[in-house]
Design a protein around this ligand. Structure first.
Ligand code: GLA
Length: 727
């Protein structure tokens, strides 16, 4: 049973296969967190100890008794302004200007199945063994309610969270913060793993001890951003890839977010995750509700790999669109690095033809095909084909590509507008900028105001009209700037704090409409590379371009960080030209492919410029990916080494363990070295595996427990991929 309420102890037990999450209705109706971790079947309500700690502040009801204070009692959804002084989950300005909110239990209900969130993505119910718990809390002094939702997915060790705040007063209130989840641990002996970066350098895994004070991972750029991923792991200090307690939280949200970790002097660690309060205030009129985005929590007692596998399974099965769940992306050739914006139809046809000769399955036409787009300064906002560049139009071009036996993908950036565009000339008020202030430029473009329904509708109509008669198989949806100068002329001055979230809701609305209008089209998310890599985007697009940095060696770090929460099948990953356009580094075409196999494989170069030897290699690589994508992109992924050494190794194993793909990378060669042994993982210890590239046959036990000696590689920056096939 996924959710049980132990009436006599007033404890809620949320159980999954291997984990338990517990909280209770404590004195005066406080909802008190008790436990999250390995499964415990009985209530652990003995854990909280009421203690005076000095200088404590006490709830009024305690009268002369000073033993209960919210510094120590850890709430499931802490309010603001009373005796809990840590990061709050919710804060409100009431109509009288006061800002206290003090939630207490009112009622609850438990039911089979999963809640949904109107207008926002959330894990799908599908065939999962879901149960839902809703707990209603109300402020002690007003009729402001919060309903906490807990979705329990028993067989996947996942618990989802979400909150809805409702104003049942007869006056307006303003929400200053409305987070998705709060999680507390009764210890400060924990590490935190998060994922920082920048453009071209996304999702570097960083591990530090939690510390007194607040650490905030966030974005105020309008999108989840390159700088921090909206996901965090808290774990035992000695947790490794294969052992130890690890707790993950990932937001299903693509906009401004904040994840705060705070440790207090009582050795409590609190994590609060949700919409960023700095760019958020939301007016709630009488009767109105506000829904916070979903947070997905998981626990593994078996280390970081176990935690990643929980998330990978859930992302593949309950997040990405069902149609693409197990379907690999066709091997594609994208023209961006070969031509940039400057191309014409014949050039693209030529590129597509040379890709086809090597085995490519889909041609992707990137930025530059529409409106006045002859350079980066112009054209965004007009999604009509530029007939000077493509005289056949989209439908005609699509036919030419399909006649070659290829599928067609097209790049769009529908959230943007250039000042030099028809759309801007007609509707200068449709972009986000502050009247009387010059807007900040980024790539000479402005962001469309998706808080306005008419903007979302217009963009839908433009794209629908342009693509409806063409055969389009894939759409790369880009977003190439940060949001600044936040202002919507459609919102009253006192509602400007709603813009960022309303923008995200508009983005989801357009994605929803387009994915429904084009049900067979595979979408790929993109945001200046991997600047919006989150579960919200993955709900609509089964894959996201991982980074504009296509250097294979840099990509190892980027894909490694990404893999903690997101499976390889979601990572857009291509072989590009050398010297690499971002780093100037040259590595062999096989090294480039060895990294790109662990993602949605493709090419980002002009095949006509490859040497004959490279062309032969590309043909083999494409064949290899076609045979092994089910393993390298969709199998169980293992990080075999930490980064930062002279070598790295990673692998993926088919679900039935009959095959595996393993990659060894030597970053730096040196003379007269010893042999490197790598211990593989995830194999069947009793079965024998053939490794054709090494002419070896070894048992899973040998490969996992004794290890595999690596060949001596006399070169820097070289990756080798090996195949394991059960005999
Ligand atoms: C972004 C993307 C690139 C490419 C360009 C086109 O930077 O990440 O892959 O599509 O935009 O302008």
């Amino acid at each position: 049973m996924g959710i049980v309420f132990k009436e006599e102890k007033r404890v809620f037990l949320l159980n999954t296969k291997n984990t338990s999450y517990q909280f209770r209705i404590a004195e005066f109706g406080f909802l008190e967190h008790l436990y999250y971790g390995k499964r415990i079947n009985e209530p652990v309500d003995y854990l909280p100890v009421r203690l005076r700690h000095g200088f404590e502040a006490n709830p009024y009801e305690m009268m002369q008794d000073r033993s209960l204070c919210l510094d120590l009692l850890e709430q499931e959804y802490p309010g603001f302004g009373v005796s809990d002084f840590k990061t709050s989950a919710c804060s409100v300005i009431h109509s009288d200007g006061s800002d206290c909110i003090d939630f207490r239990y009112v009622s609850h209900q438990i039911y089979d199945g999963k809640y949904t969130i109107e207008g926002m993505p959330a894990l799908r119910e599908k065939d999962g063994d879901w149960m839902t718990l809703e707990v209603v809390l109300q402020d002690v002094a007003t009729k402001i309610e919060v309903t906490l939702f807990y979705g329990v997915l028993e067989s996947y060790d996942v618990i989802t969270r979400h909150a809805v705040i409702q104003n049942l007063e007869d006056t307006n209130i303003v929400l200053n913060a409305a987070h998705s989840a709060c999680l507390t641990f009764p210890t400060d002996q924990m590490d935190q793993i998060d994922f920082y970066g920048s453009w071209g350098h996304e999702r570097n895994a960083q591990r530090t001890a939690v510390r007194h004070g607040k650490t905030v991972l966030d974005s105020i750029r309008g999108v989840s951003g390159h700088y921090y991923n909206p996901a965090i792991i808290l774990c035992d200090q000695n947790a490794t890839e294969t052992a130890g307690n690890c707790y993950g939280t990932a937001l299903v949200y693509s906009g401004n977010f904040a994840i705060t970790v705070e440790v207090n002097d009582f050795k409590q660690t609190r994590m609060v995750a949700g919409i960023h309060p700095d760019t958020f205030f939301w007016q709630l009129k009488p009767g109105e509700r506000f829904a916070a985005p979903e947070a997905v929590m998981s626990f593994s007692g078996e280390g970081l790999t176990g935690l990643s596998h929980n998330y990978h399974d859930v992302v593949r099965h309950f997040v990405v669109p069902e149609k693409f769940e197990d379907q690999r992306c066709p091997v594609l050739l994208n023209n961006w690095e070969a031509t940039m914006i400057d191309f014409d139809e014949e050039q693209l046809i030529q590129l597509a033809r040379s890709g086809k000769e090597l085995g490519v399955e889909m041609f992707v036409m990137d930025d530059g095909w529409f409106g006045r787009r002859t350079n980066e300064y112009r054209g965004l906002g007009d999604w009509q084909c530029n007939l000077d560049k493509l005289p056949s139009g989209i439908a005609g071009f699509s036919k030419r590509i399909h006649d070659m036996g290829l599928k067609l993908g097209i790049w769009i950036e529908p959230e943007m507008v250039s000042e030099d565009s028809k759309l801007y000339e007609e509707h200068p008020e449709w972009c986000i900028k502050i009247p009387g202030r010059n807007p900040t430029w980024q790539r000479y473009q402005l962001i469309l105001d998706y808080s306005r329904d008419e903007v979302v509708e217009t963009m839908f109509q433009q794209i629908y009209d342009e693509f409806k008669d063409a055969q389009i198989d894939y759409i790369k949806w880009d977003m190439n700037r940060s949001m600044t100068d936040r202002y919507s002329t459609a919102l009253e001055p006192n509602r400007q704090g709603e813009l960022c979230h309303r923008y995200v809701l508009g983005f989801y609305k357009l994605m929803e409409k387009l994915t429904i209008a084009f049900p067979n089209v595979r979408f790929e998310g993109c945001c200046g590379g991997g600047g919006r890599f989150d579960l919200g985007v993955l709900y609509y697009a089964p894959q996201i371009w991982c980074s504009d940095d296509t250097d294979a060696i840099e990509r190892i770090g980027i894909q490694n960080g990404t893999s903690f929460f997101y499976p390889p099948s979601t990572m857009g990953s291509h072989v590009s030209v050398c010297p690499n356009q971002q780093t100037g580094r040259s590595v062999s075409i096989d090294t480039r492919a060895s990294v790109a196999y662990y993602g949605t494989f493709g090419y980002e170069l002009d095949p006509g410029e490859l040497s004959e030897e490279e062309k032969a290699a590309v043909k083999k690589q494409i064949e290899y990916y076609k045979s092994y994508a089910a393993v390298s992109a969709f199998g169980d992924y293992y990080r075999l080494t930490d980064l930062g050494h002279e070598f790295a190794a990673f692998m993926a194993v088919a679900r039935d363990r009959s095959k595996a793909v393993f990659t060894f990378v030597q970053f730096k060669t040196s003379a007269n070295k010893g042999i490197i042994y790598v211990k593989l993982q995830g194999l069947d210890e009793d079965k024998t595996y053939e490794i054709p590239e090494l002419s070896l046959e070894l048992s899973g036990a040998c490969l996992m427990y004794a290890g595999l000696p690596m060949p001596v590689i006399k070169a820097d920056h070289t990756a080798k991929t090996f195949t394991l096939i059960q005999t």
